[in-house]
Design a protein around this ligand. Sequence first.
Ligand code: PLP
Length: 378
Amino acid sequence: MIRYAQPLLDDSDIAAVAAVLRTPDLTQGEAIGRFERSVADYCGVPHAIAVGSATAGLHLACLALGLQPGQRLWTTPITFVATANAARHCGAGVDFIDIDRHTRNLSVDALAARLEVAAREDRLPAIVAPVHFAGAPCAMAAIAALAQRYRFRIVEDAAHALGARSEGAPVGAARHADCCVFSFHAVKIATTGEGGVVTTRDDALAARLRLLRSHGISRDPALLGEAHDGPWSYAQLALGFNSRMTELQAALGASQMRRVDAFVARRRALAARYDALLAGLPLRRPPANGDSAWHLYVIELAADARLAVYERMHAHGIGVNVHYMPLYRHPYHRDAGAAAACPAAETYYAGALSLPLHAALSDAEQDAVVAALRAALA
Ligand SMILES: *Cc1c(COP(=O)(O)O)cnc(C)c1O
């Protein structure tokens, strides 16, 4: 079976995890700080906060930015459910903004048009969460200009985009956002098994995120107040969670971070190879993008061909996949008006098929994927 995604681990990763297992500190030890610094340095950002998953990171980011019932978060419908659930967990509503037919990211034109209407109706979003779909960065400077004008906060969902570059800086630098959330799930660019990291330039937001990730508890003497009762004291200042990462995961993450550039270089080379191998076939290829981290390589087929191609490729052991059904089609997120308001997302989804793409994929395996696709299309 050739999977659509899988991690690439080597002996140095295994040794890093094994070293932690020989210490008594399986959580909240030195590896967390080391991992956080490795991500912060890689992205050129002052703060990186490791959490149990990107899902937890998105949720804590929305909470830390004050998202609450009665408010709304806007995002793209072509994303994983976690982006929208972050808002729902805060009791807030979600609206879906159509994608750009070319980039497949949230359309800045559609966003601007919806904001203009929402401003008139007093229904502006509190947060907009752009998703760097497939690893291709959104137009963050343009979105940040809209944020200035309409006073919303920005949470970048960069689950696909570790190692991507955005307008001359690494994704994660968060120059045009309040914060940026990476996933280290096993199918993503680099992995900790399960895990996430939030990056930000905002000192107060970073402190709030650290508080919320660990029960809302602080040991800072300056913050203890009435809870200061002795050297053992800590104070719960907010209603937080246990969203921490273990030392085993952090050690794996710090080890993987050394190879992010190599992982992304291999993904870019494979994407370019797909571009060449698929030329002339009856399908739409993803837009060429030298800045993308290439988490996914999504082709678009004729809508009436997709199911048969999917089934034939699986029968040949090729694990093609579909990313994503528009979120408003899920029973939980159902929004009757959204499909009509998102024609580009509907058209994209009708034909979308993700071909296997990961740093461990060999040229020979990729050739087998393309041969199976050719046969399936014939
Ligand atoms: C994977 C993913 C998430 C969630 O990441 P976890 O680390 O698995 O919680 C969020 N958003 C997008 C776009 C994703 O692909």
